[in-house]
Design a protein around this ligand. Structure first.
Ligand code: ADP
Length: 319
């Protein structure tokens, strides 16, 4: 449904996108993840035809964005970051205006208006001026304008930015409810935003794609090994030495644990059973086993590992 191939975009000396490629099948939701300044908005502006790439090609539903931008725009609903709204209009006036601009009229416009108002939870503010709305309702109004013409593709640039936790959940649920019927890209610099909505991610850093896949696969690829926490009631030095002598463990690192516990973080190859040997080690030495658990890496761990591998983020402080 969306195919981005080898796209490069410069702004003066800044290379905002450097050979970016990814694709998205119909009905997929993609979390487009990267630190501030990574190139997310630039990529979205190119997919939505608001910017032209310097090189490379982009197509939406098989239509090239440079050859037929109007056709592409017709298929896309776009919520830009810092979405500009006509704040003097009432919500219903604004949505009618956008609907007409999208070519809707009469009964069809009425039906679509009813649908977006219901889907985006705008019933209570329908006749209010936009400048009286909270940030959450403004964002919902922005989503409603993106959906009014029932597009096949939705491009949402930081749709939850600036919202409070309850509003974030509302927008998240709305995106999920659209999942099956639409192809969706939503960008975010907040890692925790992704997994509740989708497990398909593309990670971009300093204009380059550093990862593309399912979150679980990326975690494995980036981290290479499993992480296990183990704690015995044992003298710490002895326990550490014993662990270092155990087959199949790659790293043994003492970590803080409760009083009297010798606690360690260890790494093992995927698929290798080290839990049983770790249990037996305690038994054979007469040490109580206080903890033994495999601990998956977080998307955050993965993100940091991937961006380090790719030479550091342009601005990592906001991740
Ligand atoms: P993100 O959306 O991931 O925060 P952007 O796509 O907005 O990143 O920006 C990528 C890079 O391109 C940044 O270094 C940004 O400063 C630069 N950039 C974006 N738009 C422009 C522009 N219109 N003019 C000059 N530089 C820009």
């Amino acid at each position: 449904m969306i195919e981005v191939r080898d796209v490069t975009k410069r702004f003066g000396a800044t290379v905002a996108l450097d050979g970016v490629s990814f694709r998205l099948d119909k009905g997929e939701i993609l979390g487009f993840l990267g630190p501030n300044g990574a190139g997310k908005s630039t990529a979205m502006k190119i997919v939505t035809t608001f910017l032209a790439p310097d090189s490379g090609t982009v197509s939406v539903d098989g239509i090239d964005v440079l050859r037929d931008p109007l056709e592409v725009r017709g298929r896309i609903g776009y919520l830009p970051e810092n979405h500009p709204l006509y704040v003097d209009m009432m919500v219903h006036e604004y949505l009618q205006f956008v609907g007409r601009a999208r070519g809707l009229a009469g009964d069809e416009l009425r039906r679509r208006l009813e649908w977006v108002v219901e889907a985006c939870g705008l019933g209570s503010v329908f006749r209010k001026p936009i400048n009286e709305l909270s940030k959450g309702f403004r964002q919902r109004t922005g989503l409603a304008q993106a959906l009014i013409h029932d597009p096949e593709v939705l491009i949402l640039d930081e749709p939850t930015s600036g919202l409070d936790p309850l509003q974030i959940i509302g927008i998240r649920e709305l995106i999920q409810s659209l999942a099956r019927s639409k192809t969706i890209i939503f960008s975010t610099h907040i890692l925790q935003e992704v997994s509740p909505v989708t497990d398909r991610v593309v990670i971009i850093n300093a204009g380059r794609i550093v990862a593309d896949g399912r979150i679980g696969e990326l975690e494995r690829a980036a981290m290479g090994r499993n992480r296990i926490f183990v704690a015995y009631r044992a003298p710490a030095v002895e326990a550490e030495a014993a662990l270092r002598g155990l087959d199949g463990l790659h790293e043994v690192r003492p970590v803080a644990g409760r009083e009297g516990a010798a606690r360690f973080e260890v790494r093992a190859d995927f698929g290798r059973d080290v839990l049983a040997p770790l249990g037996r080690l305690g038994q054979s030495r007469g040490w109580d086993l206080l903890e033994l658990q495999e601990s998956p890496f977080s998307l955050e761990d993965t993100f940091i590992a991937l961006t380090r591998q790719s030479g550091g983020a342009r601005e990592v402080s906001h991740v």
